[in-house]
Design a protein around this ligand. Structure first.
Ligand SMILES: CC(C)(COP(=O)(O)OP(=O)(O)OC[C@H]1O[C@@H](n2cnc3c(N)ncnc32)[C@H](O)[C@@H]1OP(=O)(O)O)[C@@H](O)C(=O)NCCC(=O)NCCS
Length: 137
């Protein structure tokens, strides 16, 4: 495992597209969008390499108070080998080392595999609030 770099973008973008349940859009996940994120969070985003390719990725960042995990993905052929778990642990340790003590994530309601993963990793769902957002144009 190693830190993610912007040069990884094409490989990571195709990995995200290979995976179900990802929320990939043309603005946030454009090369420029990801580059901005990496510049703000250079020490908390990681990739796993196997067989000379990137097979797993996680992006993590924080606002000085809470951490957020984004876009954890493991290539289908490499799943159930603990890669998602070790990416998650490494990202959480990196957030901790920056003084962050709580982290969360967003997940689509119908992503049953993702939900099973996060639950066993110790993340608890919140049933009591909705998320609102607004496009800034
Ligand atoms: C979710 C995901 C990252 C898990 O990656 P992974 O490397 O397979 O995860 P791990 O091997 O570390 O699994 C750890 C545990 O999570 C649970 N889990 C993982 N995949 C599961 C599945 N398909 N069904 C049920 N539980 C599952 C199991 O408890 C597993 O432990 P076990 O294999 O000993 O039973 C991967 O399935 C994926 O990329 N999914 C598509 C993208 C996605 O939904 N990402 C999350 C968006 S928020």
């Amino acid at each position: 495992m190693r830190l993610m770099r912007i040069e990884d973008y094409p490989e990571i973008y195709s990995l995200w597209n290979e995976c179900e349940g990802m929320d990939i859009n043309d603005i946030d996940e454009s090369r420029e969008g990801i580059h901005k994120y990496l510049k703000r969070n250079p020490l908390t985003c990681f990739v796993e390499e196997r067989d000379n390719r990137i097979v797993g990725v996680i992006m993590a960042g924080h606002d000085g108070r809470r951490g957020t995990l984004h876009h954890l993905a493991v290539a289908p052929a490499y799943r159930r080998q603990g890669i998602g778990t070790s990416l998650c642990k490494t990202a959480l340790d990196a957030l901790k080392s920056q003084g962050i003590s709580k982290a969360g994530l967003f997940i689509y309601n119908d992503n049953a595999i993702g939900k099973a993963f996060w639950k066993q990793a110790g993340f608890m769902p919140h049933e009591d609030f909705d998320y609102y957002d607004h496009l800034l144009d």
